[in-house]
Design a binder for this molecule. Structure first.
Ligand code: NAG
Ligand code: NAG
Ligand code: NAG
Length: 270
């Protein structure tokens, strides 16, 4: 009896690990960073029909930023074993062409890369300042959350959703922690008071909904990223420009937010 229970347990464990392990996703982000620093997308296990998007536009992978050698100064990743997907933020401040690159990678059932989707921010994008972005992200602590203190996927996603919903609905209660700091492009709210909640958003002067939310969620790191279409900010793209919010949650409360928003014209025309 005990023996057969053990066998069933082993079979279940192996079928779960066959789906997608954290180690596999960690290897994937290492390969991604190698691809970006060498300018060689083939460092990644690409599916034959991989789709590659930059700032929501389909692009030939050999013509994109992933085919340029970029010096990476700092990186941070999320590993979503439920979706077999990763998120990585690359800070490339000392590169000859400074960038902040936020990338979602989704694997297919064969463990190959089905899609690479990046926000490629550089000069002219929303409050872009790669040096400042690098210096603040390096100071933040996104340590592994101890087992037993981890939030569920639902709690993590809700924290991010409430934050985005609050931009136009001031009745929404966002679970901001104290402290909470937002790194928007290169501009840091926590520089004025590192011990306070400086994340609270004033209500936007127009009504809009943040749509097309695409999530990567990592319970171990208390992290989530939401690619989304951000209306209003870019005068050329009233229906929404490519944007992402990379959020750290501790005990259900938001600790850090990084926002990357792409602009069609310098500073989104503001
Ligand atoms: C890519 O190919 C796989 C089979 O190898 C297929 O399942 C999948 O639907 C294809 N994806 C697209 C976007 O065509
Ligand atoms: C990416 O981050 C990892 C973990 O902090 C670090 O070990 C690695 O050196 C970084 N890679 C680059 C190219 O900065
Ligand atoms: C924005 O969306 C509306 C409604 O779908 C559409 O009529 C309009 O052409 C769109 N504007 C732009 C600039 O894409």
């Amino acid at each position: 009896m005990v023996f057969s229970t053990l066998l069933v347990g082993a079979a279940l464990a192996s079928s779960v690990s066959a789906a997608c392990t954290r180690a596999q996703l960690q290897d994937l982000t290492v390969a991604y960073i190698k691809a970006q620093t060498s300018g060689d997308p083939k460092q990644l296990p690409l599916a034959a029909n991989v789709s590659y998007l930059e700032n929501d536009a389909m692009l030939d992978i050999s013509k994109g930023v992933l085919s340029q050698k970029v010096t990476v100064d700092f990186n941070r990743s999320l590993y979503d074993t439920t979706q077999c997907a990763t998120f990585t933020e690359l800070s490339a401040a000392t590169n000859s062409h400074p960038y902040v690159i936020d990338t979602r990678i989704l694997l297919n059932d064969e463990g190959k890369v089905a899609t690479v989707q990046s926000l490629v921010a550089d000069a002219g994008d929303w409050v872009f300042d790669a040096k400042s972005q690098l210096s603040w992200t390096q100071k933040e602590k996104w340590d592994t959350i101890p087992e037993g203190k981890r939030d569920t996927r639902a709690v993590l996603q809700a924290a991010g959703d409430l934050y985005l919903d609050s931009w136009t609905d001031s009745n929404v209660k966002v679970p901001y922690g104290t402290p909470c700091a937002r790194l928007e492009g290169g501009s840091y709210t926590g520089s004025s008071n590192a011990n306070a909640n400086t994340c609270k958003m004033p209500k936007f002067p127009e009504d809009f909904k943040i749509k097309n939310r695409r999530y990567i969620i990592d319970e171990e790191l208390g992290g989530l990223d939401i690619f989304n279409d951000f209306p209003f900010i870019d005068k050329q793209k009233p229906n929404g420009t490519a944007s992402g919010n990379f959020i750290r949650v501790e005990g259900g409360m938001i600790r850090y937010i990084h926002e990357t928003t792409i602009c069609t014209t310098k500073g989104c025309g503001r």
